[in-house]
Design a protein around this ligand. Structure first.
Ligand code: CA
Ligand code: CA
Ligand code: CA
Length: 504
């Protein structure tokens, strides 16, 4: 995804021309958007020279639009791509799976100062109470990929960025979360829903959640609202949402005094989950691009605010399942009071659009009446993508790529190579999407997958800087570097060079 791609009028003209070419002259191209299961693998070939969504058009990208800020990590995209997290700060090792105390995740998160949290253990951390973070806890990276094989699951209670529940009403800002599972699982029928969410924010500026897995969270997997501060510059990417009652609520309510938006949802998988993929209520733009949805129930994205939100909804793949209530009504919704501007194009829907088209307005209906919404709420030219331009994929290519790399699926070895480990639940869900096997999104009989409990040996990182000795010696010759410097001068610290090996 290193190709600069920019929607401009010339690009639009090109896309339109090519679309006409697509519709009228190419049966082979139409095959690309037919249900994947019907096609032999070898026929899924995308001609990057011809596909308008895959064409490299660097000449269309004005230089001043090319982001110059360093990304959170090389594969970061969208609203949260420039989050700095723990860059250049101290390193805190999580050395046990305890709920609290020395060496626990809670202690590391409740610390202050710029910091990167690394894991010397794998397994499930069961929280007896929410970990609620406020301003003093800002500026951190949770590097789940550093845990040994098995990775880290957080269960029992949510993580909350931003105070207002147990702690002062302050935002918590600037955080990178990678390769962590949020599987609360504490819901047993009680009416209290807050503590059954997976990840909560009451105000965050700068956040990226990458390769995370969200399951067994009742009400929402992620609930974010701008009640203690702005909720802006946020990306959720490469993550799995399955068997949460609902997915993501993102935004503000009318009385909130803060901004909300610059939010990107890209390359995520939503499977066996009712709705909210996401619900948005924002003052700033939202990009929903190249996500995959299977076996939802009542609806997908909902825009529910009188605020004006600009929305790109592009190249998403929606495959109905056994529990999907009705293919013509259970799609995206816009509240009567909402006045968004939507660019909706090139989305695959297994009932409505097996051949994706520009301007697929029929994917959106009124929340209350299920009637089509006014065409005045749509535009046929995309909004500039939030963040650095990236190559938008066709819906079919997104389906293939998302299923191949999503959720908490990698861990780093001492030599900087990475291994793959997907827990049994995510493995089943991804296979079920491929094989069209639906299961009840409202299932509450949850059993946490058993994870291998591994620990790093005492010789793994003897100087405690987060860089394992084997990799540190191989890369720098000895152990003298502390991880905070940037030997090759590319902006990423030496520690980040190690963490970013998962992007190779
Ligand atoms: Ca070291
Ligand atoms: Ca060192
Ligand atoms: Ca560097």
């Amino acid at each position: 995804m290193n190709i600069i791609f920019k929607f401009t009028s010339s690009t639009y003209t090109m896309i339109t021309c090519y679309l006409l070419f697509l519709i009228f002259s190419s049966c082979n191209r139409e095959e690309l958007f037919v249900e994947e299961a019907l096609l032999p693998e070898e026929e899924i070939v995308i001609d990057k020279k011809k596909d308008p969504l895959l064409t490299n058009t660097p000449e269309d990208a004005p230089e001043d639009d090319i982001a110059t800020m360093l990304k959170a990590f090389p594969s970061a995209y969208g609203g949260g791509e420039n989050t700095t997290g723990g860059r250049g700060g101290k390193v805190i090792h999580v050395t046990n799976l305890n709920d609290s105390g020395a060496g626990s995740l809670r202690a590391a998160l409740l610390a202050s100062g710029t910091r990167t949290i690394v894991f010397d253990v794998s397994g499930t951390i069961t929280l007896t109470t929410t970990i609620e973070l406020i301003e003093e806890n800002s500026n951190f990276t949770v590097a789940g990929q550093t845990a040994p094989e098995g990775g880290i699951t957080i269960a029992g209670n949510p993580i909350r960025m931003g105070g207002g529940h147990f702690r002062p009403s302050q935002p918590c800002n600037n955080a990178i979360w990678r390769y962590i599972r949020f599987r609360n699982g504490s819901y047993t029928g009680e009416p209290d829903v807050y503590f059954h969410n997976g990840f909560v924010s009451s105000g965050t500026d700068g956040l990226i959640l990458d390769h995370c897995s969200f399951s067994f969270n009742d009400n929402q997997a992620i609930a974010m609202r701008a009640s203690t501060g702005n909720l802006i510059n946020i990306t959720i990417q490469n993550s799995v949402f399955s068997e949460n009652a609902t997915g993501i609520i993102f935004g503000i309510v009318e009385l909130d005094a803060f901004e909300s938006g610059n939010f990107t949802s890209i390359h995520n998988l939503f499977v066996d989950q009712s709705h909210r993929t996401p619900n948005i209520s924002t003052t700033k733009q939202v990009d929903i691009i190249n996500n995959v949805y299977f076996n939802w129930i009542s609806r997908l994205t909902r825009i529910s605010s009188t605020h004006t939100a600009d929305v790109n909804f592009i190249g998403n793949y929606m495959k109905m399942g056994k529990n999907t209530s009705n293919g013509t009504t259970a799609i995206n919704k816009v509240d009567t009071s909402a006045k968004p501007l939507i660019y909706s194009a090139y989305n695959y829907h297994s009932n409505l659009h097996t051949t994706p088209i520009l301007n697929d307005q029929d994917l959106w209906t009124n929340f209350s009446t299920s009637n089509l919404i006014s065409s005045s709420l749509f535009r046929t030219i995309p909004f500039n993508i939030i963040g650095e331009n990236f190559q938008i994929k066709s819906a079919l290519q997104a389906y293939i790529d998302v299923l191949a790399d999503v959720g908490t699926n990698k861990y780093l070895n001492a030599d900087g190579t990475y291994g793959t480990y997907l827990d049994s639940f995510d493995t089943t869900k991804i296979n079920n999407v491929k094989n069209n096997i639906s299961s009840n999104p409202y299932n509450k009989s949850w059993t946490l997958p058993i994870l291998p409990k591994n620990s790093r040996s005492g010789s793994y990182d003897t100087d405690g800087d987060g860089m394992p000795d084997v990799w540190e010696r191989a890369t720098f010759g000895d152990l003298s570097r502390d991880g905070k410097g940037d030997l090759d001068g590319d902006g990423y610290t030496d520690l980040e060079e190690f963490l970013n090996q998962v992007d190779k």
